[in-house]
Design a protein around this ligand. Structure first.
Ligand code: PLP
Length: 362
């Protein structure tokens, strides 16, 4: 028997069921697995970003509250500065929300999420000792209101996480179902993760305005600035004030604050160009995928396409990989996901290479 080291007894027992988040390693000529934006930044914008970093005072801590950025993000989103909070990606805000709404009872708080959806809700909730209830989406990848109703009768969640547009399906929850959920879950906080809102036809700002238990998450990661790790929460000022107490000091680095500010102000047209190009490519690639026998694309509101393959997804995934095209497969989750893949929309040339590789499966 191998003996456990002395420190092992101090480990958080939840860690035994978790593994670190590890994106696929290696170099691929066509990398369409992480929902990053295509490389469309203009040379002028690149130059402007470099120039901005030239003036940074490297000795100084960042502005702790990221006030200038907060103001700019608030304007960018159409809300007030005191309704926003900046985090190191929306991932950090998910973690801050879980620390804020940690409950007071002996019973650990319950977090409600949907499946398939973004895995960080569940992973981060487990790390923080919350219980997690995952409800499957219906056949059209929409919210199953009956299942939600039953769950709400069983226990009151502290937080309900819903990605809209959803990752990996690219679909939005029907507006009437989302509204019904928010109204039925009056005693819970509903976090609507709008990581892909720039690519969608609409957003949930109106719902946020109408309901004090609704919060939104936004990020720059999917529109061309994943390198900065800047996300923000949109919530009532009273909620922002509480969540802000869980923020580590100086969380957002100076380069991220300054360059994100540039991105949403001066470089606004760059974001718009990325957004439009991706949406055009989405239409084109969806149409071409739909013409392929054995392939069924789902209408997407995001910068990726979720498609069904008659062949097992794992085979398709491995064959694409051998041809230098990396997409995302969820076959390990089993069930209906064994026949679905998610491909991020890249530059037209990258998307063409993906389509060609898909036509040459081996
Ligand atoms: C990619 C993604 C995020 C991560 O956002 P960061 O701001 O990069 O931390 C959040 N939510 C969803 C649904 C995502 O797909």
């Amino acid at each position: 028997m191998t003996s456990r080291p002395g420190w092992a007894k101090h480990l958080n027992p939840v860690l035994a069921e978790l593994s670190p988040y590890t994106p696929a390693a290696g170099d691929y000529p066509v990398r369409l697995d992480a929902n990053e934006a295509p490389d469309l930044l203009s040379p002028a914008a690149r130059h402007r970003l470099n120039e901005a970093t030239a003036h940074i005072d490297w000795r100084r801590y960042p502005d702790a509250g990221a006030d200038a950025l907060r103001q700019a993000l608030a304007e960018h989103s159409g809300v007030a500065a005191n309704e926003t909070l900046v985090g190191v990606g929306s991932d950090e805000l998910i973690s801050m929300l879980l620390r804020t709404f940690a409950g007071s009872s002996k019973q650990p708080p319950l977090v409600l999420t949907l499946t398939p959806s973004f895995v960080m809700y569940k992973m981060t909730a487990r790390i923080h000792g919350h219980r997690v209830l995952e409800l499957p989406l219906d056949e059209a990848w929409d919210l199953d209101l009956d299942a939600v109703q039953k769950a709400l009768e069983f226990a009151e969640p502290s937080l309900i996480f819903i990605a809209s547009p959803n990752n990996p399906t690219g679909t939005m929850v029907s507006p009437d179902r989302l509204r019904a959920l928010v109204e039925r879950a009056e005693g819970s906080l509903v976090v609507i993760d709008e990581a892909y809102v720039d690519y969608a036809d609409n957003n949930q700002l109106a719902l946020f305005r109408e309901h004090a238990n609704v919060m939104l998450l936004r990020t720059l990661s999917k529109v061309g600035f994943a390198a900065l790790r800047v996300g923000w929460l949109i919530a009532r000022p009273e909620i922002v004030e509480e969540v802000n107490k869980t923020r580590l000091p100086y969380n957002t680095p100076v380069p991220s604050q300054q360059l994100a500010l540039l991105a949403v102000t001066e470089l606004g047209q760059e974001l718009e160009r990325i957004r439009q190009t991706v949406r055009d490519e989405r239409e084109r690639v969806t149409r071409l995928l739909g013409q392929r026998p054995g392939i069924e694309p789902t209408q997407s509101q995001a910068n990726f396409i979720w498609f069904k393959t008659s062949e097992p997804a794992e085979h398709v995934y491995q064959s694409l990989k051998r041809q230098g095209v990396l997409v995302r497969s969820f076959h390990k989750s089993g069930g209906r996901l064994k026949h679905y893949l998610r491909v991020t929309l890249g530059l037209a040339a990258e998307n063409d290479r993906f389509l060609a590789a898909l036509g040459a499966l081996s």
